[in-house]
Design a binder for this molecule. Structure first.
Ligand code: SF4
Length: 471
């Protein structure tokens, strides 16, 4: 069935469920695990269930519908889900709560088997390729009281036009592609999110133009591997690319032209696909924030090889040099995995050396977690947990010492800050973020919220900067 027809069909199911729920004042609770792509999927789930008449609440014990949007990148996500499911048994017996579980974990057979065995009271299981069918699955559950399992293991289509409830009124995430073709040996994503599929540039531009009309200032483009956007397929209208968009670089330039949008971010690129046209597009697009996330994973060429990352330590450092030369005020963040199979002390020293050399603005550090179904999990030379933790602590110590130095360079500078609202720790103060995503705390009038203003940085603290509003 055509994707447009499929969405129309699901909209009819939304109406049917709405009729069933009419006047019942039903509540839903959603728990999202994992990455920004999952958060964006949850915004669509929220949009769908709210159109079906449910209202969001924060307490799952009082909800009529409990939704879990799962992640399977790290082990602790499984423990979290099973813990919650255990607690829900008693609540379901008392309230008849409908339990629905979606997201990457549901693409793993051993997990859905465990749910059937240990938590048979779960009503709906849906996968990463069938989120759009949630209205139909819920309708069938409500009508037939039957358990629904809607998981397909082939990559699905790209479905446009799903309702969405955005978590912010000033910053929005826009998914530009799904899936990944890279098969890094530690990563489960290609097995649960499928092969790369890019959205039509027309749909992406229309979404961003609509967001600009609604007053959104900051857009984050999402994909497992954004800089391979449109590499595996070309959307052509009557043989011509849509508005000349045929790559990630041309998409960035097109979004940079959209009035009203003031900041463009993107996550996550792959160093091997950071081509010159992308670097040029970043340098020449004033709205593209000059904080670039460039996942390193390891600083050792040996480990990068066993990880199947397709670049070496030297190539990564050359890319960083090229980017620093071409992009003014560039700051970099990265991901690092400590303790991957076969990582020697020398390999780890290489990682520390790259961190010292690049001096990242932010480092997301992870201890390698074996994932069932990945080549990494089958490797024999696994690193003992105590060594992994010792290395993690050494990396953390280095990174934190660099953050203090990095923060120092902000003092006495003027930064453009997008004001998010009252500070969580002190409601007398306002908080916002610089272009390089630094948190800034300052005094100011509440009506500054959602504006981009100039702040003079007066002092630095490990996790935030203190500032003074200057106009
Ligand atoms: S690029 Fe590698 S780490 Fe990233 S999603 Fe793809 S396989 Fe996973």
């Amino acid at each position: 069935m055509e994707t447009k027809q499929e969405i129309e069909k699901q909209k009819q199911y939304i109406e049917k469920v709405k009729q069933i729920n009419k006047g019942s004042n039903l509540k839903y609770y959603i728990l999202t695990m994992g990455c920004q792509l999952n958060e964006n999927d949850s915004e669509k789930l929220c949009g769908i269930v709210e159109q079906m008449g449910y209202e969001q609440i924060d307490n799952y014990q009082e909800a009529d519908l409990v939704l879990f949007n799962t992640c399977c990148v790290r082990e602790n996500a499984e423990d979290k889900l099973f813990g919650k499911l255990g607690e829900l048994k008693r609540i379901k017996e008392k309230r008849g709560t409908i339990i629905a579980i979606g997201g990457c974990m549901m693409q793993e057979q051993h997990i859905t088997d465990k749910i059937h065995e240990s938590y048979p009271y779960t009503d709906i299981i849906f996968g990463t390729h069938t989120l759009h069918k949630f209205p139909e699955d819920l309708y069938k559950t409500l009508e037939s009281k039957k358990k629904m399992q809607d998981v397909i293991d082939i990559e699905g289509e790209v479905y446009e036009g799903l309702p969405i409830k955005r978590m912010s009124n000033i910053k929005a995430s826009v998914t530009i592609m799904y899936g990944c073709n890279n098969f890094c040996t530690y990563c489960i994503v290609p097995y649960v999110r499928g092969r790369e599929r890019s959205r039509h540039p027309k749909d992406i531009l229309e979404e961003v133009e609509q967001l600009a009309k609604e007053g959104y200032k900051e857009i984050t483009l999402l994909g497992q591997n954004v800089n391979s956007y449109l590499r595996s397929e070309q959307w052509k209208e009557n043989g011509t690319e849509y508005k000349g968009i045929n790559s990630f670089a041309t998409l960035l330039r097109a979004i940079n032209e959209i009035e009203g949008i003031e900041r463009i971010r993107f996550i996550s690129p792959h160093p091997k696909d950071f081509t010159d046209d992308v670097i040029e597009a970043i340098a020449e697009s004033e709205k593209v924030c000059k904080l670039i996330h460039l996942p390193l994973q390891s600083g050792s060429t040996n480990v990068l090889k066993t990880m199947n990352r397709k670049y070496t330590k030297e190539q990564y450092l050359e890319l960083v040099e090229k980017m620093k030369k071409r992009i003014p005020n560039l700051t970099l963040s990265t991901d690092i995995i400590v303790g991957f199979a076969g990582e020697t002390e020398e390999d780890f020293e290489d990682t520390l050396e790259v961190v010292k050399q690049v001096c990242f603005e932010q480092v997301y550090m992870f201890i390698y977690s074996r994932r069932v179904g990945t080549p990494g999990d089958k490797m024999t030379n696994q690193i003992p947990e105590d060594i992994k933790h010792k290395r993690f602590d050494r990396l953390k110590e280095l990174v934190e010492s660099q953050i203090a130095d990095n923060n120092q360079k902000y003092v006495k500078t003027i930064q453009k800050v997008l004001v998010e609202g009252p500070s969580k720790n002190n409601s007398e103060l306002l908080t916002g973020r610089t272009e390089s995503n630094k948190v800034v705390i300052f005094e100011g009038e509440p009506q500054l919220k959602d504006k981009i203003i100039d702040i003079e940085i007066v002092s630095e603290h490990m996790w935030y900067l203190k500032g003074k509003h200057i106009n």
